[in-house]
Design a protein around this ligand. Structure first.
Ligand SMILES: O=C(O)COP(=O)(O)O
Ligand SMILES: [Mg+2]
Length: 225
C-alpha cells in the first residue's frame, strides 16, 4: 500500500462502513412495496441498490416492477411511504461493524479530526449516529441532502476540507464503495476502502483506492504510520 503521511482529518462514510444498515433498508423498502401491493425484494437485491442516496434507491426499487414513466408517476408517494417507514424503524435492524468505535477513537487519539459524509438523508443519519453513540466523534456531519451535490461528486468532501481549513491531500476519505473513492479522487483526498460493505454488487478490489483496510481500526494504524 501507498505511504500516507501528513493526514490531519478523516471523512468517514456511514452505510456499509460504520453501520450495517441493510436490515433497516430491507424492512423500510418492503413496507413501502407492501403499500403499493408489490412483492417483497430479497436483501441481496436491495443491497446492490444502496449507496447513491434515497432518490436513486426508490427509483431502482420501483423499476423492478414499473416502466420508467410509471416510476416517475409513483415516485413522490413511494418516497413519502419509504421515509415514513424508515424513520419508524431507523436503527432497529442495524448494527455497528467490528472495531468502529475503536477505530474512530484511535484516529482521534492521533489528533485526526473526524467528519461523517453520507448519502443518507440527514434526518435518517443524525438519529442513527446518536442511537449508536457515534455522533460525538464527528466535528461535522453531512447527509446526502445537505449540499447541492452528493458523492460521487467531490463537493461534500471539499466542503469538509474547507470547514477544517485543510488541503485535500491532508484528508483521507474512508468508505465501502466506489462512490466514496471516486469522490475522494475527484476532491484530491486520499481514499481507503473497507471490504465488508455494499459496493453495488461489485468486488472492492476493482475500486481505484489507496488501500483496502479490514476495519476502521486497521485504517487508524495505517494512516500516518
Ligand atoms: O444512503 C445511501 O445511499 C448510502 O449512504 P452512504 O453514503 O452512507 O453509504
Ligand atoms: Mg457506504
Amino acid at each position: 500500500m501507498i505511504k500516507m503521511n501528513g493526514i490531519q482529518a478523516a471523512i468517514i462514510d456511514l452505510d456499509g462502513t460504520m453501520i450495517d444498515t441493510i436490515g433497516d433498508f430491507l424492512v423500510a423498502i418492503n413496507a413501502m412495496r407492501a403499500e403499493f401491493a408489490l412483492a417483497p425484494l430479497e436483501q441481496a437485491v436491495i443491497q446492490n441498490m444502496v449507496g447513491k442516496g434515497s432518490e436513486n434507491l426508490i427509483r431502482q426499487v420501483l423499476a423492478v416492477d414499473f416502466s420508467p414513466a410509471e416510476v416517475e408517476r409513483h415516485f413522490d408517494a413511494a418516497m413519502n411511504s419509504y421515509q415514513r417507514n424508515y424513520l419508524s424503524i431507523n436503527g432497529q435492524y442495524s448494527k455497528l461493524y467490528p472495531d468502529v468505535q475503536e477505530g474512530l477513537s484511535a484516529l482521534q487519539a492521533q489528533g485526526i479530526r473526524l467528519a461523517c459524509v453520507t448519502n443518507k438523508p440527514i434526518s435518517f443519519a443524525l438519529p442513527l449516529l446518536k442511537q449508536k453513540s457515534l455522533h460525538h466523534y464527528f466535528d461535522v456531519i453531512y447527509g446526502g441532502d445537505c449540499l447541492p451535490h452528493k458523492k460521487p461528486h467531490p463537493a461534500p468532501l471539499l466542503q469538509v476540507c474547507s470547514d477544517f481549513k485543510l488541503e485535500p491531500n491532508q484528508v483521507v476519505a474512508i468508505g465501502d464503495s466506489s462512490n466514496d473513492a471516486i469522490a475522494a479522487r475527484a476532491a484530491g483526498c486520499w481514499a481507503l476502502t473497507v471490504p465488508y460493505g455494499y459496493n453495488h454488487g461489485e468486488a472492492v478490489q476493482a475500486i481505484d483506492t489507496d488501500g483496502i483496510v479490514e476495519t476502521l481500526l486497521c485504517a487508524a494504524h495505517f494512516v500516518n504510520s
